[in-house]
Design a protein around this ligand. Structure first.
Ligand SMILES: Nc1ncnc2c1ncn2[C@@H]1O[C@H](COP(=O)(O)OP(=O)(O)OP(=O)(O)O)[C@@H](O)[C@H]1O
Ligand SMILES: [Mg+2]
Length: 335
């Protein structure tokens, strides 16, 4: 049996062949800084962020889709995989998604992380290809597909045709950068220090990047920067838009850049079909509208946007060992 892993900056998802998605947990690990003893991984570790005692850290070991702390990623992945497929799966082949344009060293780090579990062979697939497969698109045909997977650490944008990426870009600012901007904004405007988990909840609740309404508000709780005492403020969607719109505009600019690089023959297909958005941040209110206004194209958010990449990696298991026909780019990079 083979498995697929989507090692995201925010969430790790695992798919088992013939079974489907079996795990979807926060990419977080809690450990002792001195002894490196692991206390928790996944959602349990996420709940500890900003609340750990001195000497204990709860960290996201992936940053912008790239492995920032390889030993921690390896530990996190092996603990998660042991939970879902202990003893049942021996030396599997593993398909895993990577952002476009990773360096060879960054790719190796991903391969090492997923093989720490005992993988026989690792196959890498670029995120836009996995996302499009997960949306049910036929990416082997000569028909152009424009897809943007917008997650926590990266926005991976690609125009796909004949199994390859005809134009693409990866932006290293997405959902988590927005959370950090919200933290900065609240500190600056209200002298209130809040954590990133609180900022993320606020973004999900009232975050909007196109024509927000003033009647939505969210109570953020934190510590007063001057008195040091607990305090809260109610912030509106309009205020949050002020904090996060620069990052949204960066993503929109990258989408426009990719459109400009797209070969003219494929532009015709994209004009007809529009743009598909996947990834968790695709669900941010107003983002699809913002992209649509900036590109004058129809923009659709996939119904299961956060799961498209892992479902696509799962489908890609079926391509292992299959040589592409003439003129079609190989889907997987074997390691
Ligand atoms: N309903 C929502 N509204 C706004 N943002 C959301 C919503 N749901 C999820 N997000 C955001 O989407 C991001 C997570 O998306 P996703 O799960 O695709 O990321 P990831 O795959 O872990 O990261 P990456 O692929 O960038 O490494 C987070 O920043 C999260 O706050
Ligand atoms: Mg992702």
């Amino acid at each position: 049996m083979n498995i697929a892993i989507d090692l995201g900056s925010d969430r790790t998802r695992v798919y088992i062949e013939n079974k489907g998605k079996v795990l979807d947990e926060a990419s977080v690990i809690t450990y002792d800084v001195d002894t490196h003893e692991i206390f928790a991984v996944g959602d349990e570790a996420y709940a500890m962020i900003g609340k750990t005692p001195v000497g204990i850290r709860a960290a996201h070991p992936l940053d912008s889709g790239v492995i920032a702390q390889s030993d921690l990623v390896e530990e996190m992945v092996s603990i998660m995989l042991r939970e879902v497929c202990a003893a049942k799966i021996v030396n599997p082949r593993v398909v895993t998604a990577i952002p476009c344009k990773l360096t060879e060293v960054e790719k190796r780090a991903v391969v090492n992380a997923v093989s720490s579990f005992g993988a026989r062979k690792v196959y890498l697939i670029e995120t836009p290809k996995a996302a499009a497969l997960g949306c049910g698109m036929d990416i082997m045909s000569p028909h152009g597909v424009f897809i943007a997977d917008i997650g926590s650490g990266t926005a991976d944008i690609g125009v796909l045709s004949l199994g390859g990426i005809s134009a693409g870009k990866s932006v290293k600012h997405a959902g988590s950068a927005m959370d950090e901007e919200i933290v900065k904004f609240i500190r600056k405007k209200y002298n209130l220090i809040i954590g990133t988990n609180m900022a993320e909840s606020c973004k999900r609740a009232v975050g909007c990047v196109y024509e927000p309404t003033d009647d939505t508000s969210f109570r953020v709780k934190g510590r007063d920067a001057v008195s040091g005492l607990p305090r809260y403020v109610d912030v509106s969607g309009v205020e949050i838009m002020e904090a996060i719109s620069e990052i949204a505009n960066e993503i929109v600019t990258a989408i426009r850049d990719v459109l400009e690089q797209t070969p003219p023959e494929l532009i015709g297909d994209i004009y007809t079909d529009g743009i598909i958005l996947t990834g968790g941040l695709a669900k941010l209110q107003g983002l699809a509208k913002l992209v649509s206004v900036a590109t004058k194209l129809r923009v659709r958010v996939h119904k299961y946007a956060p799961d498209c990449v892992i479902m696509g990696c799962g489908k890609a298991i079926g391509f292992i060992g299959k040589e592409p026909s003439a003129g079609i780019s190989p889907l997987l990079m074997a390691y």
